[in-house]
Write a protein that binds this ligand. Structure first.
Ligand SMILES: NC(=O)C1=CN([C@@H]2O[C@H](COP(=O)(O)OP(=O)(O)OC[C@H]3O[C@@H](n4cnc5c(N)ncnc54)[C@H](O)[C@@H]3O)[C@@H](O)[C@H]2O)[C@@H](O)CC1
Ligand SMILES: Nc1ncnc2c1ncn2[C@@H]1O[C@H](COP(=O)(O)OP(=O)(O)O)[C@@H](O)[C@H]1O
Length: 502
């Protein structure tokens, strides 16, 4: 068992519900001693002792399926270790799986107390509550059968103690990180600590949308199935940092490429300056900023390192620079898009450039056509911008973030970085990435502009857009994660921040 650290130095594979089932089925083709369920339950009990070492009591909520079976095994171990264990089991010995039946028999040999449906153990903040109600097999249900399970779950939210979810929190969608109707915990739910032990595989839904809030600390046990995991292609990757790049001593300002930022219409100059400042501070060889219908002296505070080309001069740079287009661009950015889409070899489209794209169908074709010319494009929409581009509601995008990003990437034949908690990076023909870094302190104006600037600075000519987007999102989030608690996080300071060694 290992804890998943957001700042792990390598990427990690994730498997969705279907792929996890395939791995489980493959593993079950050979006799397992001990069984996967025994290993899972043992791991849950071990985690309970790790996170709640002072616990005298455990309340184990066991559902009707194999997730409940894992809970029963854990309950037996905890009872044998001397804890007072109360168990709710919603299963039926006549209909449950063989493994769960064995787990039930095993638990009956111990001191566990079988609780009636309406009993609620009285726990202290040092005790532990284990949610083994539903795992991979959960689905939305509106019939009466679901009610006792939901009621039990809601009662557990009102209980004191450390919380451990087995495999995934009950009600959290494995693949999308959204809550099934009726399962959302109340805002007031504040367990002593919150943990999820993901079994066999790590799943995408743990890391995006509501996943991070739902899971708390994420732990993973592969149940000694490494061989089976290696045979199943991942459904997604959890992003890691870029490999350390070394600058050759014999380099010059042309060696690291030009970044040209086009944006900053009157009233929104700051957005373009933030993107340019981020590019400047993240290693662009030269950073050029063209403001749209805004006088140059609007660049305040002055950044003497920036070049401020007029429109003609900026046009002359389009064919070789990495271009960031749209930050604070207003309506004026629209006029630039045909030339930018035609010429820029590497292009980051953000904010108002995305809104222009959503309004103008002819620009869609221009974006699609870039790939055939060997020109690469990264779109950086937040959920509302993605919704406009997909002609959906924001809620629909957020309900299926991976699908939304992939659809947009396929439609427009480019890389899409869908921002928010657990940003998604999708490209045609590539396995999507989910970014594990970042935190709600980033939910302020201007941090997206900083991301666009970091992306451009990091985008050397030979790097594929998918990898660049994944690594830049990781770095942007890690900067926020390292931010001192006592210092306000503001976008202009973020643009200038450097990553501490990890
Ligand atoms: N098969 C195995 O040997 C292993 C299974 N494992 C555990 O097994 C879990 C998957 O087990 P299952 O496939 O039995 O699935 P679950 O235990 O998630 O639940 C399926 C059962 O719950 C019922 N159900 C589904 N949605 C419901 C709802 N909304 N309200 C009320 N009842 C609902 C279904 O009718 C079914 O009886 C994994 O998440 C993991 O915890 C692990 O121990 C690894 C090994
Ligand atoms: N809760 C969060 N967790 C992680 N990252 C977040 C969170 N909220 C916002 N972010 C990040 O902050 C940035 C905000 O960008 P955006 O919405 O475009 O803002 P703006 O346009 O004002 O710059 C994105 O990179 C997004 O992924």
């Amino acid at each position: 068992m290992q804890r998943i650290h957001w700042h792990a130095t390598t990427s990690r594979p994730l498997w969705n519900a279907q792929a996890s089932r395939s791995i489980e089925q493959a593993a079950l083709t050979q006799p397992q001693h001990p069984s996967l369920m025994q290993r899972a339950g043992q791991a849950v009990a071990d985690l309970a002792r790790t996170v709640a070492p002072q616990a005298h009591q455990a309340w184990v909520l066991c559902g009707p399926g194999n997730n409940g079976g894992d809970g029963l095994v854990a309950a037996s171990h905890l009872a044998r270790r001397g804890l007072k264990v109360g168990v709710h089991w919603l299963g039926n010995p006549d209909t449950c799986s063989d493994n769960t039946h064995a787990a039930w028999q095993q638990a009956r040999q111990t001191t566990v107390e079988w609780l009636s449906l309406h009993a609620t153990p009285s726990l202290t903040t040092e005790d532990v509550v284990i949610d083994a109600l539903l795992g991979l097999g959960q689905r939305a249900r509106s019939d009466a059968d679901a009610t006792p399970l939901q009621q039990l779950l809601q009662r557990s939210y009102a209980s004191a103690g450390h919380s451990i979810a087995v495999d995934l929190p009950t009600g959290l969608d494995t693949d999308h990180g959204t809550w099934l109707p009726g399962y959302t915990p109340p805002e007031t739910w504040q367990p002593s600590s919150r943990h999820t032990l993901s079994l066999l595989t790590l799943k995408p839904g743990l890391f995006t949308a509501h996943g991070r809030d739902a899971c708390g600390d994420i732990w993973w046990d592969d149940l000694e199935c490494t061989d089976w995991l290696q045979q199943q292609p991942p459904s997604a990757w959890l992003s890691g940092p870029a490999p350390q790049a070394r600058r050759r001593h014999n380099s010059h300002k042309g060696s690291f490429g030009d970044v040209l930022v086009i944006g900053g219409a009157p009233g929104m100059v700051g957005a373009a300056i933030l993107a340019a400042s981020a590019a400047l501070h993240h290693g662009a060889g030269r950073t050029l900023l063209h403001l749209l219908n805004t006088p140059e002296f609007s660049v305040y505070p002055p950044l003497p390192d920036l070049m401020l080309p007029d429109a003609d001069s900026a046009r002359g740079h389009l064919a070789h620079a990495t271009v960031v287009c749209g930050c604070g661009g207003g309506q004026a950015v629209h006029a630039w898009l045909p030339a930018v889409l035609e010429q820029a070899p590497r292009l980051v489209l953000d904010a108002d450039a995305l809104n222009a794209l959503a309004r103008d169908e002819t620009l869609h074709h221009a974006v699609q056509a870039r790939r055939a010319r060997g020109h690469a494009t990264i779109l950086t929409p937040h959920p509302l911008e993605a919704a406009r581009l997909l002609r959906q509601s924001t809620a629909e995008v957020q309900a299926q973030r991976l699908t939304a990003a992939q659809t947009l990437a396929d439609n427009l034949q480019c890389t899409v970085l869908l921002k928010g908690s657990g940003s998604i990076i999708a490209s045609p023909g590539e396995t999507p990435h989910i970014n594990p870094t970042g935190n709600p302190r980033l939910a302020i104006g201007g941090t997206g502009d900083v991301l666009a600037g970091i992306l451009a600075a990091r985008w050397q000519a030979d790097l594929p857009a998918h990898a660049v987007a994944s690594q830049a999102a990781w770095e942007h989030g890690a900067l926020a994660d390292q931010w001192p608690a006592q210092r306000a996080l503001i976008a202009s300071a973020l643009a200038q921040a450097q990553l501490q060694s990890l």
